[in-house]
Design a protein around this ligand. Sequence first.
Ligand SMILES: [Zn+2]
Length: 99
Amino acid sequence: MIDKDFFLGFIKVHILYHASKEEIYGVEILDELRRHGYSLSPGTLYPTLHLLEKQSCLKSRRETVNGKVRKYYSITPEGLEILEKSKIKIRELVEEVLE
Ligand SMILES: [Zn+2]
């Protein structure tokens, strides 16, 4: 599906943004993205989280919640830098496309 690839960049920005506000975990971010109209499957989200971690934009820790291991992600200094750069590009894009 073309949408998935095309919107993946937007989705990454959402993830970094929320991870910059508080720790996030998979199911929660799926709900948040659905609220924004992105119907994402866990099969797309989890590899994206792993990739962002591999690229040093996110870091994770594990915690056991109700007997299940949950992976919490938070933003790194590198992730914050990308997020700030994205904001500049988003502003420029909005000014042109939504004028
Ligand atoms: Zn959001």
